[in-house]
Design a protein around this ligand. Structure first.
Ligand code: BV8
Length: 252
C-alpha cells in the first residue's frame, strides 16, 4: 500500500463531516462470508447464487432456494463483524452524519454499531410472506419442524421467503431515495468491497462521481469505478479501514 495515498485518504476521511460509505460483499469477506462472486462451497458449488436468488427459482424450487438461504444463515452463525465494520461504526461516532449504504444482507454493519445504515437488499436474518402479508418473521422465530419453506403464520397459506431483494425484484423506493439523497449531501464517498456489478445499487457510486464528490475506493482488485475515483486503495477492507479510521474498538 502506497503510504502517500493512504495518508491522503486518511486526511480526507478525518476532514469529512458528511461521509457516505457504499459497501458490498467484500466488506464481510474477512468475517468469513464468501462474496457473491466467490465460488460457492460444498453442496452449493454447482449453483450460481444469482440463479437461486430470484422469485422464479423460489416458485419453481421452493425447498432448494429455502435451503440455500438456510445454508447461508448457518454460515452467518459462526461469523462476526470484522475490523472493517467496527471502523465504519467508529467513523459514524466521529461524524454523526455518516451513512452506510450496504448491498449486504448479513446485518454486520448494524451489529458492529453503525446506526445510519440503508440495507438496500434486505436482511437474510428475517423472512416475510411470499404473498403480501405485512411484517417479518426473524429466522430465530421459525418453527423447528413442519413444511419447508415454513408457512406464513399470518395467512396460513403462502410460504415464508427470506426478507431480501431478489434479482428481478424492485428495490424499496424509499431506501433508494434515501441513499441517493445521502450521496447528494455527502462530502466524501467511500466505496468498499463491491464489484459494482449489481444495479440499480451500483449507480449510486456513479452518481457521486458525476456530482464531483471526493471518492475513495477500497478493494484488492480494480473495478469499473477504479479509474474514475480520486484515490484507489488496493487492499482489503479489514486491513485498510482501521488505518484510515484509527481507534475503532470491537464491541465485545
Ligand atoms: C432491479 C440479496 C428492476 C439477495 C442481492 C440495470 C438497471 C436495473 C437492473 C438491472 C440492470 N442490469 C441488470 C439488472 C438486473 C439485476 C442486476 O443488476 N443484475 C446483474 C447481476 C447484472 N438487478 C436486479 O435485478 C435488481 N432489481 O433491477 O429491479 C427490475 C425489475 C424487473 C426486471 C428487471 C429489472 C435487484 C438486485 C438485488 C439482488 N440481490 N442480494 C441475496 O443476497 O441472496 S445482490 C447481491 O450482489 C448481494 O447483495 C451482493 O452484495 C451484491 C452485489 O455484489 P457485490 O457486493 O459487489 O459482491 P461481489 O461478489 O460482486 O464483489 C465483491 C467485491 O469485493 C469484489 O470486487 C472483490 O474484489 C471485493 N473483495 C473481496 N475481498 C475483499 C474485497 N473488498 C474488500 N475487502 C476484502 N477483503
Amino acid at each position: 500500500m502506497n503510504a502517500e495515498i493512504l495518508a491522503r485518504a486518511a486526511e480526507l476521511v478525518a476532514a469529512s463531516q458528511r461521509p457516505v460509505v457504499f459497501t458490498g460483499a467484500g466488506v464481510s469477506k474477512e468475517s468469513g462470508i464468501p462474496t457473491f462472486r466467490d465460488a460457492m462451497d460444498g453442496l452449493w458449488a454447482r449453483y450460481n447464487p444469482e440463479d437461486l436468488a430470484t422469485p422464479r427459482a423460489f416458485e419453481a424450487h421452493p425447498e432448494l432456494v429455502w435451503n440455500f438461504y438456510e445454508h447461508r444463515r448457518e454460515t452467518l452463525k459462526n461469523c462476526q463483524p470484522n475490523p472493517a465494520h467496527y471502523a465504519l461504526a467508529e467513523l459514524e461516532r466521529r461524524a454523526p452524519a455518516c451513512v452506510v449504504i450496504t448491498q449486504n444482507v448479513d446485518g454486520f454493519h448494524q451489529m458492529a454499531g453503525s446506526r445510519n445504515v440503508i440495507p438496500l437488499h434486505g436482511n437474510i436474518r428475517e423472512n416475510r410472506c411470499f404473498y403480501l402479508c405485512p411484517g417479518v418473521v426473524p429466522s430465530t422465530d421459525l418453527p423447528k419442524d413442519g413444511p419447508i419453506p415454513p408457512i406464513c403464520p399470518q395467512c396460513g397459506e403462502k410460504s415464508l421467503r427470506p426478507n431480501v431483494i431478489w434479482f428481478g425484484e424492485y428495490l424499496d423506493d424509499a431506501l433508494m431515495a434515501a441513499a441517493s439523497e445521502a450521496i447528494s449531501q455527502c462530502d466524501l464517498l467511500l466505496i468498499v468491497g463491491t464489484s459494482g456489478a449489481v444495479q440499480p445499487a451500483a449507480s449510486l457510486a456513479h452518481q457521486a462521481i458525476r456530482m464531483g464528490k471526493a471518492v475513495i475506493e477500497i478493494n484488492p482488485e480494480p473495478t469499473p469505478y477504479s479509474d474514475q475515483v480520486d484515490l484507489f486503495l488496493a487492499g482489503t477492507a479489514g486491513e485498510i479501514l482501521p488505518r484510515l479510521i484509527p481507534g475503532s474498538t470491537a464491541i465485545s
